[in-house]
Ligand binder design. Structure first.
Ligand code: F6R
Length: 613
């Protein structure tokens, strides 16, 4: 999604901004721009397309080689919402005088009303964006104090924002503010970096301050002064970033997605380490903040998420019911607050979000909190809004996920959900022996995944046979049903092939009409309860000419002859089997997309972190 970088300090701002934007490219965007203060003038350069195009334009703008002389600036990668990804719509946007520049993440919901009011006062707009309204509004409020102008303008807007603003009249300072869209400020040695994501900061410093909603910061090269929208000083602690910048490099892999698929054994080890108690046969997840009594009183688990995180939640639903005998349900986070969720203190709500910034999941967290539920986060990004607002939960420790298509976050989410279900289950239905056996199964997940990744070359060959198709179906049942959904999602988002995931039994209730000679059907045919029925569904597909790619348990002779191509995963517990099985599907999607020549790490139209509703 959109990215913000701001810089003020001794280095040349233009280069820092371009490098910072490169670090944010993984989030997905379709145009870029920057404004720098160059010898008392505001110079704005924008380009549709990639940061490389912006860099070229910026260098051409200063043909005498003086590209590197500005000491402050703001920059942006835009993921189009209001208006197409053109140069005019790219940020920064200027106010009516041209002396104030602004970059913005989020959406100004009342921009139409504000725009017509400002047009009535003679303001002339040059873009279709909601953002330009905010720059004009700040200009309209400006009477010599940019901080005050920003506060006055923000009091008038409805919606979400993370912004950075600068004015020609007030060189040496940048104003940053947030409400619903993250802003992190990196404190360096004689330099300060503002960003929407710590990835743009880590090359400069590890000391950061996360702004809270309604915070407005006055940023100079040596100081950060934070107040609220009503000009009351607020104290924000300085946190330390945990990851190092090499985690954001490809490390010899052709794509971040492939690197992150291969990182999964290690990521899973990190997610599991120290969290299994083999003596008591349970999981130790102190971040959940639950006493044995709390756990005993929980009578429902509600799992919230979007996209891939929603699919992890669906696996979790099976796990909580199977292992803990507790009613569990998954709710699509975007829908949650628009219905009437019935929640109370005995409901444990688990908000699942890799980024911890997904707007819909965050809103559902707030709704759950207001209704008195026991809310916790299952996030990867430490310091993210959901992690901070829930204040309890479990971190994935999967390391930064750069590829837009989520891989290692999903498998770590499932591993953590299995541990949560084990912990809950031990207080309810699982004996110590059963708990110990399950803990051993969970402990083996990294090795099961490593064994699956060894089939990478074979999966690449299978992928080559199917890459020319335009449609595919994925089927599964039980906990492998969400794996089928996730496999289809992975394939469609990176290969642009039309893929549908269905419960295996659901196919004959309609979708089977679409099967033709040669249509690929990816079947979760693992040797787990329900396999017989899935094998029957495979027969039904074959009878209609479909070609079957089976995800099968290694050495399972029952599937021989039933599938056209087999991808083997090691034998294991049915819930645990979801993890190596999804890894097989991640690799299948990756290789199909590669054969189709797709831009794998930054698929069209997609964003890594969806911070708008
Ligand atoms: C798909 C994908 C998305 C995210 C979804 C939620 O590969 O990455 O579907 O899973 O946007 O994001 P988080 O987990 O950050 O809340």
């Amino acid at each position: 999604m959109c990215g913000i970088v701001g810089y003020i300090g001794r280095a040349d701002a233009a280069s820092v901004l371009i490098n910072g934007l490169r670090r944010l490219e993984y989030r997905g965007y379709d145009s870029a721009g920057m404004a720098v203060m160059d010898e008392g003038r505001m110079v704005v350069v924008k380009a549709p397309g990639k940061v490389a195009a912006l860099n070229e334009r910026a260098r051409a703008r200063w043909p005498d080689g003086s590209f590197n002389r500005a000491a402050s600036g703001i920059a942006h990668t835009r993921w189009a919402t209001h208006g197409p990804p053109t140069e005019a719509n790219a940020h920064p946007h200027l106010d009516n005088s041209g002396g104030i520049a602004l970059v913005h993440n989020g959406i100004i919901e009342n921009y139409r009303a504000l725009r017509s009011r400002l047009e009535g006062k003679g303001h002339v707009f040059h873009s279709d964006t909601d953002t330009e309204v905010l720059s004009h509004l700040i200009g309209d409020c400006h009477q010599g104090d940019l901080f005050q102008a920003v506060c006055d303008a923000l009091h008038q807007v409805e919606g979400t924002y993370g912004i950075a603003v600068m004015a020609v009249a007030e060189p040496g300072r940048i104003i940053a503010a947030r409400c619903g869209s993250p802003i992190v400020i990196g404190i360096g040695d004689g330099e300060t970096i503002i960003a929407s994501d710590a990835a743009a900061i880590i090359a400069h410093t590890r000391q950061v301050i996360y702004l809270n909603d309604r915070d407005v910061a006055v940023v100079t090269a040596d100081a950060v002064n934070i107040r609220d929208l009503d000009n009351v000083p607020v104290d924000r602690e300085v946190a330390r970033l945990a990851f190092d910048s090499s985690a954001a490099e490809k490390g010899g892999f052709e794509h971040f997605m492939l690197k992150e698929i291969h990182e999964q054994p290690d990521a899973l080890r990190n997610a599991i380490r120290g969290r299994l108690d083999f003596h008591l046969g349970t999981a130790v997840l102190s971040g959940m903040g639950t006493s044995p009594r709390d756990l005993a009183e929980i009578n429902r688990v509600v799992l919230l998420g979007c996209g891939t995180s929603l699919h992890a939640g669906l696996v979790g639903e099976y796990a909580f019911e199977d292992l803990a005998d507790v009613h569990a349900e998954v709710q699509q986070a975007a829908e949650f607050r628009y219905r009437n969720p019935i929640l109370g203190p005995r409901d444990m709500v688990v908000a699942i979000s890799q980024s911890g910034e997904t707007a819909d999941t965050l809103a559902a967290v707030r709704e759950s909190g207001q209704k008195g539920a026991f809310v916790m986060g299952l996030c990867n990004v430490v310091g993210s809004t959901i992690a901070r607002e829930t204040g309890r939960g479990v971190f994935l420790h999967a390391g930064p996920e750069i590829s837009v298509a989520s891989t290692k976050a999903f498998t770590c989410q499932v591993a953590v959900l299995l541990m949560m279900a084990l912990k809950l289950g031990r207080g309810r239905r699982l004996s110590r022996d059963e708990g110990m056996r399950l803990a051993r199964e969970i402990e083996s997940i990294p090795e099961l995944v490593a064994a699956t990744i060894l089939q990478n070359d074979h999966i690449a060959e299978v992928a080559a046979r199917y890459a020319h198709h335009e449609h595919a179906f994925f089927i599964g049942r039980g906990p492998l049903y969400p794996v089928a959904l996730e496999g289809a999602l992975k394939l469609k988002e990176i290969s642009y092939l039309h893929a549908e995931g269905y419960h295996a039994a659901e196919l004959k209730h309609g979708p089977i009409a679409l099967l033709e000679q040669g249509t690929p059907v990816v079947a979760m045919a693992n040797a787990v309860p329900g396999q017989d029925k899935t094998l029957g569904n495979i027969e039904e597909c074959r009878a209609r000419g479909a070609r079957i790619i089976g995800v099968v348990t290694a050495g399972d002779s029952r599937v021989v002859g039933l599938v056209d191509d087999a991808i083997e995963v090691p034998a294991c517990h049915p819930l645990v089997a979801t993890v190596p099985s999804v890894v097989a599907l991640q690799l299948l999607a990756y290789h199909i997309a590669r054969h189709r020549g797709c831009e794998i790490d930054q698929p069209r139209n997609l964003a890594k972190s969806v911070t708008v509703e």
